[in-house]
Design a protein around this ligand. Structure first.
Ligand SMILES: Nc1ncnc2c1ncn2[C@@H]1O[C@H](COP(=O)(O)OP(=O)(O)OP(=O)(O)O)[C@@H](O)[C@H]1O
Length: 247
């Protein structure tokens, strides 16, 4: 199956003289969750910034459905939703207004919007906070606004950076159920996380980044085969791969 998100030989970073990413290549297909994992500073967020179109590749390319950000920024942006690690909210907008803003940005019609928004508010236990402003939200509630906004858009691709840190166990379960449901409906998901036990259960494939390079990629079984340890957990594989490169 063709990749929906395609990263080809991407090198990039914050200054041209010192790239952070070196020839990174991987893809995300429809109906799969790909876990992007690596140590602090490995380059996960930098990869995500390139996918979002916030940074230009120094070489190589990033395409969503065959389109680069530079080809058509509006169309490119509308094909994905991003759930950031740190929630970014507007102090002067209520929770409901945040959701409305998302629906306008993604061109969702009013009746679809209202039905989806009410369902999400119920799922994430936020119905009674509909008219609240962000300064009354806890950290987890702020994160839920970002999550609900992304799910409201129902994009083809979800780009998710550490989504469950700060959520309570019920919120985590709602997030994981919903993301699995979106996958079943055809979405592709790129998820960066340090929570390996969850990644192992929910991701179909993994990309292990180390020092800005892809050091291993594949399903859990493919990675086990690659390191020659048939019963390795994702933790074991991760430690093995980052240890090898450090030596
Ligand atoms: N704004 C920036 N300007 C310059 N260098 C940066 C900037 N942000 C990150 N870096 C550098 O890029 C490299 C990769 O960082 P990145 O944030 O992509 O890592 P990460 O894998 O997301 O780490 P973490 O798990 O800690 O979030 C690091 O060496 C970091 O110091």
């Amino acid at each position: 199956m063709a990749n929906m998100l395609e990263i080809n030989e991407l090198s990039g970073g914050y200054t041209p003289k010192k790239p952070v990413l070196h020839n990174v290549s991987f893809g995300v297909q429809k109906q799969e969750i790909v876990g992007l994992i690596g140590l602090n500073g490995a380059g996960k967020s930098t990869t995500i910034k390139h996918v979002l179109g916030l940074m230009d590749p120094q070489s190589g390319e990033v395409k969503i459905n065959g389109l680069r950000f530079a080809d058509n920024a509006d169309q490119y942006r509308r094909s994905f939703a991003y759930i950031p690690e740190t929630p970014l909210l507007y102090d002067e907008l209520t929770l409901w207004e945040h959701l409305e803003l998302t629906s306008v940005a993604y061109g969702i019609d009013k009746s679809d919007f209202e039905q989806r928004a009410e369902t999400l508010l119920k799922e994430f236990n936020m119905t009674k906070m509909k008219k609240w402003y962000p300064n009354h939200f806890s950290k987890g509630m702020r994160q839920k606004v970002m999550i609900m906004s992304a799910f409201l858009a129902e994009p083809e691709l979800y780009v998710v950076d550490e989504p469950i840190v700060g959520l309570d166990p019920v919120g985590i379960q709602s997030f994981l159920n919903w993301i699995s449901e979106m996958k079943k409906k055809g979405a592709g998901i790129l998820m960066s996380t340090h929570i390996l036990a969850t990644a192992e259960r929910y991701c179909d494939r993994f990309v292990i980044l180390h020092q800005g390079k892809v050091v291993l990629t594949g399903t859990l079984d493919e990675m086990r085969l690659a390191i020659g340890k048939g019963d390795a957990t994702l933790d074991d594989i991760y430690i093995e791969m980052t240890k090898d490169v450090q030596e």
